[in-house]
Design a binder for this molecule. Structure first.
Ligand code: KIV
Ligand code: ZN
Length: 522
């Protein structure tokens, strides 16, 4: 049996990650193919059961993402989203053609407000489409999920009829989303209890919760749903998603693990991969995790007050309900210094999960590491990760950062002297002035490589503590409605800023080429 829902352990909760689909719907959060593949790789390694890789009919980018994730992912089921429509399902099936384990996830709205104003369909029409297109999807795979969009605001009798019909037509997973984040935990649990009790064939499918966080209840609702018999949770890394986001995967998984005494269920997630996944998603999207965010926030395991520190020193369980190690946070992450050699660096990369790198990639990263070690006394795991994130997927970049000199301070004029390489050719150094050093740097880039893209976000974050910490910068650029996020890391904030801007420009160029194959012009 290939389906994630087949021959199931009744206490196993399936983790369905939709970071690449619902998560990507967050405004400003666009990921390119290479980034989606990196995230999918980490999700698979951490034991995610189902990876929803995109909505293939929505764009060529989504189609490609589902196809390529399906090509490389072997153990997780790869899901593609489709409305209950023939063209959607055909496109989803085509995108899933290489996936070893594939799921078509088809949805239609069932609430009066959606049916009347969005679909302009009657209940009978929605019911008929459910039957028609679940049946149709079964021609391509035996793993079909049906979702009732806006289920939590739907009429319960109608919802029961739809669920029964979807199961009869062959749906193996029934997803009951709280699309607008409206439900309260006891109410959402009651909804599932009612469906499971009243729908005669409910035992033939796995029930799934999909919660949005508009009232801050997505995780609470997901856990309440498990208590009512749900065995699939749809969630995203860092709770990424439209508006207030989706249920956060790390919070759901760690609540299940930490409160196994009460919940009596388990997941297949290797929780030590959580921190890495969180960091990767936040670096790629530029969506910083708030410091006090549960599980993955910078302060989640920090004990500041005297009483707490005293308790922790006496016995960690006084204030710690889970260990940092259980989510992949290394207590002693001080690792390397300027005398560390290539072999030690390679071993460190392996330990951090970068074990499939080619010789050139290791050499490039090693030279960045040596350069950093000359400027910074202590090199932490976070520094190495920042270098690797900065290096990732840049080998085909058309524009490369070479050098930067900046004059800053209270006695202006602030200006930047910048050297770039464009399509393999170093261009003559350019000098630009600006309203502050960052403005000068960005003006210099515009001078060296003229473009119309508009800056939407400029964000700086220190990778570790200390004044010599590396800065990790995110730059979001927008051009003709397309947005991209670029990242850069360096001990010098201005160099990191230039790298991030150049990275974003490269991504924009690739996007431009994909939509209209025109030559790069500098
Ligand atoms: O929130 C929602 O209802 C969805 C569906 C498409 C599953 O994302
Ligand atoms: Zn959703």
């Amino acid at each position: 049996m290939t389906s994630a829902t087949a021959s199931r352990d009744p206490n196993r909760v399936i983790i369905f990650d939709t970071t690449l689909r619902d998560g990507e719907q967050a405004p400003g959060c666009s990921m390119n193919l290479e980034e989606k593949l990196r995230i999918a790789g980490v999700l698979e390694e951490m034991g995610v059961d189902v990876i929803e890789a995109g909505f293939p009919i929505a764009s060529n980018g989504d189609f490609e993402a589902v196809r390529e994730v399906g090509r490389v992912v072997k153990t997780s089921v790869v899901a593609a989203l489709a409305r209950t429509a023939r063209a959607d399902i055909d496109r989803a099936a085509e995108a899933l053609q290489f996936a070893e384990r594939r799921r078509i996830h088809t949805f239609i709205s069932t609430s009066p407000v959606h049916m009347q104003h969005m679909l302009k369909m009657t209940e009978a029409e929605v019911l008929q489409r459910t039957v028609d297109y679940v049946t149709y999807a079964r021609n391509f795979t035996d793993d079909v999920e049906w979702s009732a969009q806006d289920a939590s605001r739907s009429d319960i009798d109608f919802l029961c009829r739809c669920v029964e019909a979807a199961i009869t037509a062959g749906a193996t997973t029934i997803n009951i989303p709280d699309t607008v984040g409206y439900a309260l935990p006891h109410e959402y649990a009651t909804l599932f209890r009612t469906l499971i009790e009243r729908v005669p064939n409910s035992d033939k499918a796995v029930f799934s919760a999909h919660c949005h966080n508009d009232l801050g209840l997505a995780v609470a609702n997901s856990l309440a749903a498990i208590g009512a018999g749900v065995r699939q949770i749809e969630c995203t890394v860092n709770g990424l998603g439209e508006r207030a986001g989706n249920a956060s995967m790390e919070e759901v998984v760690m609540a299940i693990r930490t409160r196994h005494d009460l919940m009596k269920v388990h997941t297949g997630i290797r929780t030590e991969h959580i921190t890495r996944a969180s960091r990767l998603v936040s670096t790629i999207t530029g969506f910083q995790v708030q410091p006090n965010k549960a599980i993955v926030g910078a302060n989640a395991f920090a004990h500041e007050s005297g009483i707490h520190q005293d308790g922790m020193l006496k016995h960690a369980e006084t204030y710690e309900i889970m260990t940092p190690e259980s989510v992949g946070l290394n207590r002693s992450s001080l690792v390397m210094g300027k005398h560390s050699g290539r072999a030690a660096f390679r071993a460190k990369l392996k330990e951090l999960g970068y074990d499939d790198l080619g010789e050139n990639a290791v050499n490039d990263a090693f030279s960045r590491f040596k350069d950093l070690a000359d400027r910074k006394k202590e090199i932490f795991d976070e520094d190495v990760i920042a270098i690797m994130d900065d290096e990732a997927g840049r080998k085909n970049d058309a524009i490369r950062f070479l050098a930067l000199h900046v004059v800053a301070g209270s006695r202006g004029p602030q200006h930047a002297v910048l050297e770039l390489e464009v399509q393999g050719k170093a261009i003559a150094p350019v000098v630009a002035f600006g309203n502050g050093p960052v403005d000068a740097v960005f003006n210099a880039i515009k001078l060296a490589f003229p473009h119309e893209a508009r800056l939407q976000l400029y964000q700086v974050h220190a990778v570790t503590a200390g004044t010599d910490a590396q800065a990790e910068v995110t730059v979001r650029l927008e051009e003709s409605g397309k947005t991209v996020n670029g990242q850069g890391a360096d001990a010098d904030t201005l160099v990191a800023s230039a790298r991030a801007y150049v990275h974003a420009l490269n991504k924009l160029m690739t996007k431009r080429q994909k939509t209209a194959p025109v030559a790069l012009s500098a």
